[in-house]
Design a protein around this ligand. Structure first.
Ligand code: NAD
Length: 473
């Protein structure tokens, strides 16, 4: 019987052969047809997607529609309407030294690609990069997360119904599957997950000098300045923090609120959580408005994170209750989070809003800048000078003013992190480029050319020409 590595090697070889033999037929028309087939499947199987993700972590169906289904159909529509333009050759002008040549950039599919997905948006984060890979004309092996097995099985079903496995194939399974796949010499690896595993992926890729896109975690600070529109900020932050039960790379991690607004902010947050989700734990758990934590392991991690933050001086303002049967953690608010609490440097990734008071913006920015670079920085303010200061004194993959999460869904913005929060960009054109080799092509004239004047032997006249070239061109 074949080992899992032999199976993976065979799948890789099959895709490599398919790519070599069939690549000429991966026309833009054919790629668009594949994307349309995904959109059609997703639209006609929305109920199955909802059911799978509900079985995995009781995610509410409307949230599935908004955050798992719509981003895929939107990405496909956007890609189909722009693909001709993205894939077109781009001509560039000549210099004096290259006078008489024609030059352009062309976008080739990189080849056989690996997509490794996380569990937190288990359908969307596996299929969105697949859309980019197919748009670029690549083949792909997709490895969904083992933490959401129902969704992984559905992804596998979808791909086997839609694609020849020379073009797209899915391998379900856990770390051992991922590690075995990472042994192969991919032409690109697109990984979404934690910074810890991102390092493992990059090390594996380095063995073959494989290019990577790493979409990693975010310890995203929020600054609520004294001029902020409080009601507006509170509503947006409540949704930003508890959507997907806070299991989002774009979730606010710690919300730093100016001291003048602090007490009012906390009381409005309390009211807003009750309004959006309900006021008692059983009611919230059964409301169908908020998802559960993905599994016991993550629930235990969150419990520990809360305990350690409390030990460091934070207090639980509301929530903290757990229904173990469903891995349900009630929307929790930790207040007075001190700079030493672990939530300042560790991704919360759960339904826990962390709030801290600040007085001096420079001190706060210094604290933020002393930590790894975030995926997103959020600022709520009416003052342009404050907004400018926050933007100019921080470095992050994305930033959002007076809201959260939007950089992820904006169709015309490349998405990604910086250093610890990621490498490379995805979505839309950036996703297409991630899976494309940008080839630079020069077409030289035949016969007399300027470059021939500098070829050896280096006689007096040639040397004079080279002197002129060095001096003036
Ligand atoms: P994870 O890194 O634990 O797992 C991601 C994938 O890697 C899974 O498919 C898993 O099977 C595989 N994997 C796990 N351990 C591995 C190992 N030792 N070797 C090889 N492969 C391994 O991440 P997760 O818990 O599934 O997802 C949550 C993380 O993903 C968070 O940090 C979150 O911020 C991040 N994330 C980032 C984005 C983004 O776009 N930047 C989006 C969603 C999630």
């Amino acid at each position: 019987m074949a080992t899992i590595f032999q199976e993976h090697q065979a799948a890789f070889d099959k895709q490599a052969a398919y790519f070599t033999a069939q690549r000429e037929s991966f026309s833009l028309k054919e790629r668009k047809a594949l994307l349309k087939s995904i959109a059609k499947w997703v639209t006609s199987h929305t109920a199955d997607i909802q059911a799978a993700i509900y079985a995995d972590f009781r995610k509410p169906a409307p949230e599935v529609d908004l955050t798992e289904v719509k981003p895929i159909t939107d990405e496909i529509d956007h890609t189909i309407s722009h693909l001709n333009e993205w894939a077109a050759k781009e001509s560039v002008g000549a210099s004096l030294a290259t006078f008489g040549t024609q030059a352009w950039m062309e976008y080739q599919p990189k080849g056989v690609c690996l997509i490794i997905a996380p569990w937190n948006f288990p359908f969307m984060l596996a299929i969105k990069p697949l859309v980019s890979a197919l748009a670029a004309g690549c083949t792909a092996v997709v490895k969904p997360s083992e933490m959401t097995p129902n969704t992984a099985a559905l992804i596998s079903k979808m791909c086997s119904e839609l694609f020849d496995d020379g073009r797209v194939v899915v391998f379900e399974g856990g770390v051992e599957v991922s590690q075995s796949l990472l042994e192969l010499p991919w032409h690109h690896i697109f990984f979404t997950g934690s910074p810890q595993v991102g390092k493992i992926v990059m090390q594996a890729a380095a063995k073959n000098l494989t290019d990577v896109t790493l979409e990693l975690g975010g310890v995203n600070p929020v600054i609520v300045d004294s001029s902020a529109d409080l009601n507006d900020a509170v509503t947006k932050l409540t949704w930003g923090d508890f959507m997907n039960a806070g299991q989002s790379c774009m979730s606010p991690n710690v919300i730093y609120v100016h001291k003048d607004l602090y007490s009012l902010f906390l009381s409005k947050i309390d009211e807003t959580i009750s309004k959006m989700y309900g006021s008692n734990t059983d009611e919230i758990a059964e409301s169908g408005n908020i998802a559960c934590v993905v599994n016991e392991k993550h629930l235990a991690r969150l419990r520990k994170l809360i305990d350690e933050s409390v030990d460091a001086g934070a207090s639980i303002m509301r929530g903290g209750e757990i229904i173990e049967e469903h891995n349900f953690l009630a929307p929790t608010v930790l207040r007075d989070v001190p700079p030493s609490a672990p939530v300042n440097t560790e991704e919360v990734f759960g339904p826990v809003m962390c709030v801290a008071k600040y007085e001096n913006l420079d001190d706060l920015l210094a604290q933020i800048n002393a930590r790894p670079r975030p995926l997103a920085v959020y600022v709520f303010s009416k003052k342009q000078a404050i907004i400018d200061k926050v933007l100019s004194s921080t470095v992050s993959g994305t930033a959002c003013i007076n809201d959260t999460t939007l950089p992820f869904i904006h169709p015309n913005l490349p998405f990604g992190g910086v250093n610890t929060s990621g490498i490379g960009r995805s979505h839309g054109k950036a996703g297409f480029l991630a899976f494309s080799n940008q080839r630079s092509v020069v077409k030289q004239r035949r016969g007399i050319t300027t470059t021939k004047l500098i070829y050896p032997p280096y006689k007096k006249q040639t040397k004079q020409t080279i002197d002129l070239v060095v001096k003036y061109l």
